[in-house]
Ligand binder design. Structure first.
Ligand code: FAD
Length: 393
């Protein structure tokens, strides 16, 4: 039976990140993914590597600071995959947040980002408004410009896995995790590949199964604590007219929520929504009401979209956020990653619940720190903030 220091369930960005971090720390590590890399949430995000400007309003300063630091690291180590883009916030007579509030928020954003060149912001002069993809100018008071970064989430995940493999990590795919039994020495893991059960052992099992993490946690014996979480669906649509100047950060005319209108492969990606979800994670699909909501945003701000309906949507996808269970609206809930273990200080199981694409490297570093008391000392191979991520070919 093969023995590993670490076995990871889930080939999304978190599983990829822990795979890379464990391999970089010198450990033997296996990732088990049942479908394909980034086949879950990590190909259905808004594809932003961002500080999360709006999290300032809910006082999540530590999250914003960490995210801005991770953004800067991405721009250095993943320059082929992550691009700094201008973001535009149009402010109309009836926009909830006024220019002074936005500038105050952006000043804090710049402060938390260390005032580097990428944190510069200001107003777009009125004479340049005509360069903004035909943005509706009726009732427009100001357009605030700042910068954040855009990526391809699935390619980023693949790049991290490639980096891990180059450090000696292994992957089993397609292969479905089916059971784990804990004993004093660690974990006996069973997964199914090509219709046959495969068994191996690990000192630590990392549950990085995203929205499936509660189900995966339920397959572990004896039972381990699983945090109370809610699944909240987020849909994106792609429309054929291409915005090109940058990413627009607008308020939905329906409920004032923030929605992004983004250039995407010669078309426009619009998202996202927040719809409570109770079903099987596999069955999540965009709902017609969500598509209408996003179309209403596009039509409200860009005359070029006004003749478009649901029949013009060229691509649609829905992903599931994993958020701490609460009665508050999804929009206002913490986006901090929840880590849960079976025991301290030497966990045999560590679960990752929620989190952000942007924070994958920091989350993986945290996981390694939490599980290191359970792992043998190994010669370190690399530091993950120095490993260059290449665009997969
Ligand atoms: C709508 C939306 C927009 C978002 N936008 C952003 C954004 O712009 N920027 C940002 O920073 N973050 C964003 N996020 C958050 C980010 O996308 C997620 O935090 C991240 O992708 C979660 O990755 P994960 O690896 O935890 O889960 P996933 O990517 O879902 O990976 C879990 C994997 O586990 C596998 N799996 C499940 N069960 C098993 C099993 N039994 N055996 C083997 N494998 C299994 C699945 O196949 C899947 O590949 C967004 C999230 C959503 C939902």
């Amino acid at each position: 039976m093969k023995q590993y220091d670490v076995i990871i369930v889930g080939g999304g960005i978190h599983g990829a990140g822990v795979l890379q971090a464990a391999a970089a720390a010198g450990h033997s590590v296996l990732l088990i993914e049942r479908a394909g890399l980034a086949s879950g949430t990590s190909s259905r995000s808004s594809k932003l590597i961002h500080g999360g400007l709006r999290y300032l309003e809910s006082g999540q300063f530590a999250l914003v600071r960490e995210s801005l630091r991770e953004r800067a690291i991405h721009l250095r180590i993943a320059a082929e995959l992550v691009e700094l883009k201008p973001f535009f916030i149009p402010v109309y007579h009836d926009t909830r947040r006024r220019p002074w509030q936005l500038k105050l928020g952006l000043w804090m954003y710049a402060l938390l980002g260390g005032f580097d060149a990428s944190t510069r912001f200001g107003s777009v002069p009125k004479r340049e408004w005509q360069t903004l993809d035909g943005l509706e100018t009726h009732g427009l008071d100001a357009v605030i410009r700042y910068h954040d970064a855009q990526t391809d989430d699935a390619l980023l995940t693949q790049a991290v896995v490639q980096s891990a493999i180059s450090l000696g990590a292994e992957i089993a795919m397609p292969a479905a995790f089916t059971a784990a039994a804990l004993d004093d020495g660690g974990v006996r893991v069973t997964y199914s590949q090509d219709g046959s059960p495969v068994q191996c052992t690990a000192r630590v099992l990392v549950n990085a199964a995203g929205p499936w993490a509660p189900q995966v946690g339920g397959l572990i014996q004896p039972a381990v604590p699983i945090p109370a979480v809610d699944l909240v669906q987020g849909t994106h649509i792609v429309l054929p007219f291409a915005v090109t100047a940058g990413i627009y950060y607008v308020e939905s005319p329906t409920d004032g929520r923030a929605v992004f209108v983004m250039p995407w492969h010669g078309a426009t990606l619009i998202g996202t929504t927040e719809t409570p979800y109770q079903g099987e994670p596999d069955k999540v699909v965009p709902l017609p009401a969500e598509e209408d909501y996003l179309l209403a945003v596009a039509r409200h701000y860009f005359p070029a979209f006004r003749h478009l309906g649901r029949e013009h949507i060229t691509q649609r996808f829905a992903g599931l956020r994993v958020l701490p269970a609460a009665s508050a609206a999804a929009f206002d809930r913490s986006r901090e990653t929840i880590f849960s273990t079976d025991r301290e200080p030497k966990p045999r199981v560590l679960g990752i619940f929620g989190g952000k694409l942007t924070g994958w490297r920091a989350a993986a570093a945290h996981v390694l720190q939490r599980i290191s008391p359970s792992l043998p000392a190994r010669p370190v191979r690399a530091a993950t903030d120095q490993l260059i991520l290449r665009r997969p070919t």
